[in-house]
Design a binder for this molecule. Sequence first.
Ligand code: DX5
Ligand code: ZN
Length: 224
Amino acid sequence: MIRIAPSILSANFAALGEEIRKVEEAGAHMLHVDVMDGHFVPNITIGPPVVRSVRKTTRLPLDVHLMISDPDKYIPAFIEAGSDMLTVHAEATVHLDRTLNFIRSQNAGVGVSINPATPLSAVHHVLGLVDMLLIMSVNPGFGGQPFIPYTVNKIRQARQIIEDHHYRCAIEVDGGIDIDTLPEVVQAGAEVLVAGSAIFHAPDPARKVKELLEIAARLGYHSV
Ligand code: DX5
Ligand code: ZN
């Protein structure tokens, strides 16, 4: 099933509860929360206190995307704040296997992400340990950037590896997703679609969520 994960990065933070309510009522499946530290990526966003407040305002699962160096240090705080799924970048931790097992030991969903220029081989061996592989389709750091087309091939390759090994790992794609780019990523095998500016900068965010869901439902990836 295709799932839509609105990224609150592009929402109005002064009215976050209201923004979340709109996408939740429209049928979004989870909320994508972008955490940036000004070190791993050239931007700073939010930390555990905001996750804790968001947790109280929605029933949607919180898909927390850690774009931070040395994630192990902060994993317990983000889980304690109410994250359902924690995704770390393969580029941000030296001992990736240990980091992923650490998240698992804290009873949260486990995700691993790679930047556009990082080859799939960086995560091939850990795909059996994770619930989600997040393939970045922009360089992380900012909302509203254009989709990088060569990442579609990585989605296709990842789908093949996951099916060949019967891994239970969903493919998530993040960056530049809107009605024009959604079809190719879904057809390549992505199942969880993050969209920030497309949803929250739209005149009617709820309507945009429904539009993305309708297009995705018509296209759904069919494994062979
Ligand atoms: C980028 C973040 C994304 C961002 C996507 O570093 O990881 O989640 O919100 O924004 P859009 O959908 O505008 O490309
Ligand atoms: Zn993200």
